[in-house]
Design a protein around this ligand. Structure first.
Ligand code: AN7
Length: 349
């Protein structure tokens, strides 16, 4: 069967008006890659599989929820979709709105959006509104604008977003034909961990289900620290969020699954980011490295029994944030005259 997107694949498990035509870019159906070299580098005796969501149409997991949100918005007759975003939601909303022939407006924290995400929103024709504030301030503004006529909010406070994102859990279970012991993923506004847990609960009604391990950045870890963070800071701008809208869903997922929400430092995130790229050939944006760093911490702490099957979501592609990649990678050498001698000398061959 050819792939036609998550609504086509899972329509019977998604809430949709009967006759509606999906707005889709054929999102989903992302690979679940074995990662033995990364597992070994983390000193873990485990079977690690990476759900590479950076291979969605706009290069992040947001497309699963956005096909649902834009399909609903069009069915309701919305003319404009609006969202607050740390970048990926805005890129996805802009693309799916273009696909549907409606307009989009995105409210972003000024100066804190990765270059690729900003580029995507602009090329798809979104109205981009930077604010003097962070993501939490942007979401607060969007909530206050949600009753304007013809406007539909497509943040994950819109419950159909969560519905779309839960399909990643279905795909993991189908690919493995068994249940992972653990599932690791980053946590920002906490919609995705809420969605994965919903997906696992629906697909495995009687259990046992994966233990959910969600990871925040240490400078933006309200769910670990137990209070709102007024001025969240992290190199992982995607998860620079101090007051997550779906916080209760994340805490419930961790509690009900006997999992945990924990944090890792920016230093640990940047180390894990490079390790993943170098050991497995998989390039992600910094937020995705939070669960990689988290797995290292969990293995060292003895939380992962030998032989465990661990799945991990890599939420966005590395090309989203070239600036961070260039800031940590080795610099190219100076230009040479193109002779074998000069090339051998420069390359040490
Ligand atoms: C790559 O785009 O919040 O815990 O506005 O872009 O569901 O918020 C992005 C979040 C993880 C966290 N990884 O997911 C936005 C936004 C990447 C992300 C998260 C985001 P949630």
């Amino acid at each position: 069967m050819s792939w036609g997107g998550i609504i086509h694949a899972y329509r019977d498990r998604l809430p949709l008006p009967a006759a509606v035509q999906p707005v889709t870019l054929f999102e989903g159906n992302t690979p679940l890659l074995p990662a033995p070299r990364l597992a070994a580098a983390l000193k873990g005796d485990l079977d690690l599989r990476l759900k590479y969501e950076g291979l969605n149409p706009t290069a992040s997991f947001k497309d699963r929820g956005m096909t649902m949100a834009i399909t609903h918005a069009v069915a309701k007759g919305a003319k404009v979709v609006i969202c607050a975003s740390t970048g990926n939601t805005s890129a996805s909303a802009a693309a799916y709105a273009a696909r549907a022939g409606i307009s989009s407006a995105v409210i972003i924290p000024s100066g804190k959006i990765a270059l690729g995400k900003l580029t995507q929103a602009l090329i798809h024709g979104a109205k981009l509104l930077p604010i003097l504030g962070n993501f939490d301030d942007a979401l607060n503004l969007v909530r206050q604008m949600s009753n304007l006529p013809g406007v539909e909010v497509v943040n994950s406070i819109n419950p159909v977003r969560i519905e779309g994102q839960k399909t990643a859990s279905f795909e993991i279970l189908e690919a493995l034909e068994k249940t992972p012991d653990f599932h690791f993923l980053p946590v920002g506004n906490a919609g995705n961990i809420t969605a994965y847990w919903k997906g696992f609960c629906e697909a495995i009604p009687k259990g046992p289900r994966p233990r959910m391990f969600g990871w925040q950045a240490a400078g933006a870890a309200p769910l670990v620290d137990g209070h709102i963070i007024k001025d969240p800071q992290t190199v992982a701008t995607a998860i620079r969020i101090g007051n997550p809208a779906s916080g209760p869903g994340a805490l419930a997922a961790a509690k009900e699954s006997n999992g945990r929400i924990d944090k890792v430092t920016d230093k640990e995130i940047l180390e894990a980011y490079q390790l993943l790229a170098k050991t497995e050939g998989i390039f992600v944006e910094p937020a995705c490295a939070a669960p990689v760093a988290g797995l290292k911490k969990a293995i060292a702490a003895g939380w992962i029994p030998k032989g465990s099957l661990v799945t991990m979501t890599l939420t966005g592609h590395g090309l989203k944030d070239p600036d961070t990649a260039l800031s940590v990678a080795a610099k190219p050498s100076e230009p040479i005259t193109p002779t074998v001698d000069a090339a051998r000398k420069a390359l040490g061959l």
